[in-house]
Design a protein around this ligand. Structure first.
Ligand SMILES: *[C@@H]1O[C@H](CO)[C@@H](O)[C@H](O)[C@H]1NC(C)=O
Ligand SMILES: *[C@@H]1O[C@H](CO)[C@@H](O)[C@H](O)[C@H]1NC(C)=O
Ligand SMILES: *[C@@H]1O[C@H](CO)[C@@H](O)[C@H](O)[C@H]1NC(C)=O
Ligand SMILES: *[C@@H]1O[C@H](CO)[C@@H](O)[C@H](O)[C@H]1NC(C)=O
Ligand SMILES: *[C@@H]1O[C@H](CO)[C@@H](O)[C@H](O)[C@H]1NC(C)=O
Ligand SMILES: *[C@@H]1O[C@H](CO)[C@@H](O)[C@H](O)[C@H]1NC(C)=O
Ligand SMILES: *[C@@H]1O[C@H](CO)[C@@H](O)[C@H](O)[C@H]1NC(C)=O
Ligand SMILES: *[C@@H]1O[C@H](CO)[C@@H](O)[C@H](O)[C@H]1NC(C)=O
Length: 357
């Protein structure tokens, strides 16, 4: 980046963030307080490393009323908690890296700028979700997050996975929404996550970005949100935050053995339970299934509970989008309660990144 451009960017960034008096978290209860998403460049192309508003105000925003909650408050509390993790992932990337870290990998010189712009969009999501929660409910604050990336390359691998998983949990959250306006807002957010992912697939991975005619629908969104708890530093969440996600099933975390399983259609898959203290208890008198969700359908394959293995459905198109796998005690996992472990993401694209979360 030419020095003159970055000097201008800093001036412009300073102008954006200095126009408000010091804020207390409670002032954020007013949706007109601070830059408004859709009306402020802060959420589009702020280039500073310093945390922008409202990402800089990490304390929870207490409820100011005691009336009944708005019908979708719980949904947006869950989504805001998830967004704090996603925003923090990009904020940490903006702070940790520079343009050169990415060009050194042979990537386009716009890569860092895009990461910074995605950070800005995610920052705008924080504000949108805060505004959607009524003042009769607490607006969750940030925890501390450890994503475990150690360089720009591992960072970018995780980036695709986070965008793909956010597209998947939004397909579930929209099914919980009570208000039509909520459904519209969630689709609009999913469309933006999809653009972030499309950019990464084209510019970073040099891949065909198309995921097939439909991305993957998974109805039990809170089970996916629960997986993001692995990024939260234990005990670091504000005491006022509600349980995340709420309600939380705390299902056994599921993965697969990457040295014996490729995740390719028709291949054997050996499941692995990641937490020895939280594994499913299989009842010998009944059958279990690995249920794979891909596109708008799911396919069940019997689970061998002696080996914890199953077979990837051969019907699914290879190398397109994601498959979400769960273990269930009923074919098709028709209810929330029928899921006994998971979910696990099988990222089919880009191929070289096939891995579990
Ligand atoms: C960025 O890369 C493009 C082509 O890939 C080049 O034309 C442009 O000059 C580069 N910009 C900077 C600031 O290096
Ligand atoms: C952000 O975009 C606006 C509108 O195009 C432009 O006026 C502004 O200079 C840009 N800011 C930065 C930091 O690039
Ligand atoms: C966050 O940024 C806003 C806008 O620049 C500023 O008014 C506020 O004081 C900042 N809050 C904190 C806690 O730094
Ligand atoms: C929010 O409520 C908690 C107690 O529930 C209190 O400790 C905290 O000071 C309050 N925060 C603000 C900004 O009023
Ligand atoms: C949502 O939209 C449908 C179709 O327009 C309408 O029938 C229904 O009443 C709306 N629901 C709410 C909660 O507003
Ligand atoms: C994965 O499979 C390999 C080869 O069979 C085995 O050595 C290893 O223990 C397995 N890993 C797990 C976590 O089960
Ligand atoms: C299968 O999973 C169960 C936990 O439900 C575990 O006790 C058992 O050791 C696993 N079997 C194999 C072969 O990994
Ligand atoms: C999976 O597919 C079956 C058959 O179409 C359907 O009955 C079931 O509801 C689906 N499961 C979920 C969780 O959508």
């Amino acid at each position: 980046m030419a020095p003159i451009f970055s000097a201008l960017a800093v001036v412009s960034a300073a102008a954006l963030v200095s126009c408000l008096p010091a804020s207390s978290p409670q002032q954020l209860n007013d949706p007109t307080y601070g830059p408004v998403p859709g009306e402020a460049d802060l959420y589009n192309n702020y280039t500073g490393k310093a945390r922008p508003f409202p990402g800089n105000t990490t304390a929870p925003i207490n409820a100011t009323g005691t009336g009944v909650a708005s019908p979708d408050d719980l949904l947006f509390q869950n989504l805001l908690s998830a967004e704090w993790a996603i925003y923090s992932f990009y904020q940490q990337g903006v702070e940790a890296f520079s343009e050169k870290d990415f060009t050194d990998l042979g990537l386009p010189n716009t890569t860092y700028e895009r990461i910074s712009q995605i950070r800005d969009n995610e920052d705008g999501h924080l504000r949108i979700f805060q505004d959607q929660i009524s003042s009769n409910s607490v607006k969750p604050g940030a925890c501390k997050y450890n994503f475990g990336f150690d360089n720009a390359e591992t960072y970018l691998a995780l980036q695709v996975l986070l965008e793909v998983s956010s597209m998947a949990f939004l397909t579930g959250l929209v099914q919980q929404a009570k208000l039509n306006a909520t459904k519209g807002a969630l689709v609009a957010i999913a469309e933006v996550e999809s653009r972030h992912n499309t950019w990464a697939l084209i510019d970073v991975w040099g891949a065909n970005p198309f995921s097939g005619p439909s991305d993957t629908v998974y109805p039990y969104a809170n089970q996916i949100l629960d997986i993001t708890n692995q990024f939260i530093v234990p005990g670091s969440c504000p005491a006022e935050n509600p349980v995340y996600p709420s309600p939380r099933q705390n299902l056994p975390p599921l993965s697969f053995n990457m040295s014996t399983s490729t995740g390719e259609p028709g291949s054997k898959i050996d499941f692995v339970f990641l937490d020895a203290t939280n594994v499913p208890k299989f009842d010998d008198s009944q059958g279990y299934y690995a249920v794979f969700f891909h596109g708008v359908n799911n396919i069940s394959v019997p689970l061998d509970t002696k080996t914890n293995s199953s077979v990837m459905p051969k019907e699914f198109d290879a190398a397109r989008g994601i498959t979400v796998g769960v273990l269930a005690d009923e074919e098709g996992a028709p209810t929330l309660e029928s899921v006994v472990a998971g979910p696990v993401f099988l990222l089919e694209q880009p191929q070289e990144l096939t891995r579990q979360i």
